[in-house]
Design a protein around this ligand. Structure first.
Ligand code: PEP
Length: 252
């Protein structure tokens, strides 16, 4: 089943107006010049740049997303941003459950699931991140950990249209150590099989599962060619237009 590749950039806590908006404008120009691109492109800037990024990308094929969202629509949650606020600015995606959120803010599967439900209710596509630590991999717990995170974080209402899964081994994020194709495909195939049980064959066949963790222009083509890898969630290599674009050119 043909799933459209998604090339998603997670800028994390990087960039200010000058270089951030120049990056969006650069990517908008490249996607336009490409004509019928083989991939969907998404950038997830820090919240300070979301509004202007949405303006810069308006009418283009570059989508904009938040890096997180609160599980409530509004209320007394100082410093937080709701999915509805992201949608109001023009976002179409929200990342939820990134390992840095799970670690820095002790987010649980239940909270990630509630955030994904909020994203859906606000009309956003939720990118649900999961992944094992090095200690969990070395203890032989990779499959169990990812299965538990997937099933614990996936809303009942998840469909292939409103949900993307991102498998991001924690030991590969920002380390320069990338999963081997065999390691990535093993987990992605397991996730696909779990989606069949949880959501049925049709949804599982259509739902995109991204790989994230030190994806770069050198390793992207090999990873993106794997049967169950449907794109990348890219941190460091999404901060420079040439690198991010080169990753996208790795699409099969
Ligand atoms: C990420 O932040 O989701 C990520 C995969 O980062 P990096 O590409 O830098 O490893």
């Amino acid at each position: 089943m043909a799933r459209r590749i998604l090339i998603a950039g997670n800028w994390k806590m990087n960039k200010v107006q000058s270089d951030g908006l120049a990056l969006v404008e650069d990517l908008v120009g490249r996607v336009k010049g490409e004509g019928a691109a083989k991939f969907d492109m998404l950038v997830c800037p820090p919240f300070t740049l979301v509004s202007k990024a949405c303006e810069a990308a308006a009418g283009s094929a570059v989508a904009v997303g938040g890096q997180d969202c609160h599980m409530n629509e509004k209320g007394a949650h100082t410093g937080d941003t709701s999915a509805w606020m992201l949608a109001d600015l023009g976002c179409s995606y929200a990342i939820v459950g990134h390992s840095e959120r799970r670690t820095d803010h002790a987010e649980t599967n239940e909270q990630v699931r509630a955030k994904a439900e909020a994203a859906h209710a606000a009309g956003l596509i939720a990118i649900i991140c999961i992944g094992e630590t090095l200690a969990e991999r070395e203890a032989g717990r990779t499959i169990e950990v990812n299965r538990t995170q997937l099933l614990g974080s996936l809303p009942d209402g998840a469909t292939a249209d409103n949900t993307v899964i991102a498998y991001e081994p924690v030991w590969a994020i920002g380390t320069g150590v990338v999963a081997t194709p065999d390691q990535a495909q093993e987990v992605h195939a397991m996730l696909r099989a779990e989606l069949v049980s949880a959501k049925g064959q049709g949804t599982a066949d259509a739902m995109r599962i991204l790989y994230g963790g030190s994806m770069n222009p050198k390793n992207a083509a090999e990873l993106l060619a794997l049967p169950d890898v449907d794109g990348g969630l890219i941190g460091g290599a999404s901060l420079k237009a040439d690198d991010f674009w080169a990753v996208a050119q790795g699409c099969p």
